[in-house]
Design a binder for this molecule. Structure first.
Ligand code: ZN
Length: 225
């Protein structure tokens, strides 16, 4: 029993050190991994709404993950650099939003690698994540990339709904560890976000990037063992 207690304290101590040293853990606060966590994710941008979304997230001390379409990156270089400065994460969502799982191996690799390159060249950022276009996945896609493939568990359907309340409603059953899918292409998405974030904060959710979410799940599993 005593041994177990020492082990537990050691684990907590190591976790504290881990979080203090980890630059990727959120902006100004330390994440309490006993609290429910959620990752907001945005696909298909950047667009003229991205900067407004980034500014709002920053005001709320919230971070998110942006899965960008490569050919839009140069036009919004400044916006995305700001996103990185504010500790958001950038993921690859292909170069020109072709349906990745339907391409042949060569085209598939090219779409992914061009996406990685433009993110690296324009933003000086190395992405670790890939969100497949149209949520399409197959073994070839898994075999043709070293990036971590990321889906979602809550779909706000903000591409379909025209009214803000329907988007907000899709998030009402958000659980600990969920990844929420949104698109930084619409004004209604920003408006919905301004309701979703306060509602989740009321339920004590902490907002993390997708990579941080992975780390937290890993650490929680370690503690359990
Ligand atoms: Zn998409």
């Amino acid at each position: 029993m005593k041994k177990r207690m020492i082990c537990l304290f050691l684990c907590i101590y190591l976790l504290l050190i881990f979080f203090q040293n980890s630059k990727s853990i959120t902006a100004s606060t330390t994440v309490d991994i006993s609290q429910p966590v959620v990752a907001l994710s945005f696909d298909d941008g950047p667009s003229k709404y991205t900067e407004k979304i980034i500014n709002y997230l920053h005001e709320e001390d919230v971070v998110a993950t942006f899965f960008v379409v490569g050919n839009k990156v140069p036009l919004y270089q400044k916006t995305l650099k700001k996103a990185i400065k504010y500790k958001n994460e950038i993921g690859n969502h292909s170069y020109s939003h072709k349906w990745l799982s339907r391409l042949n191996d060569m085209e598939m690799k090219e779409e992914i690698e061009k996406g990685n390159s433009v993110i690296k060249e324009e933003l000086g950022y190395t992405t670790k994540l890939l969100r497949p276009t149209y949520g399409g996945i197959n073994q070839r896609l898994r075999d043709n990339t070293n990036l971590q493939i990321v889906f979602w568990s809550v779909d706000t359907k903000d591409w379909k709904y025209k009214n803000v309340q329907s988007i907000v409603k899709e998030t009402e059953n958000t659980k600990d560890g969920d990844i929420i899918l949104m698109h930084d292409l619409h004004e209604r998405t920003l408006k919905a976000l301004k309701e979703i974030i306060p509602l989740l904060k009321e339920k004590n959710f902490e907002f993390v990037t997708v990579s941080e979410l992975e780390k937290i799940k890993f650490l929680r599993n370690k503690i359990k063992k």
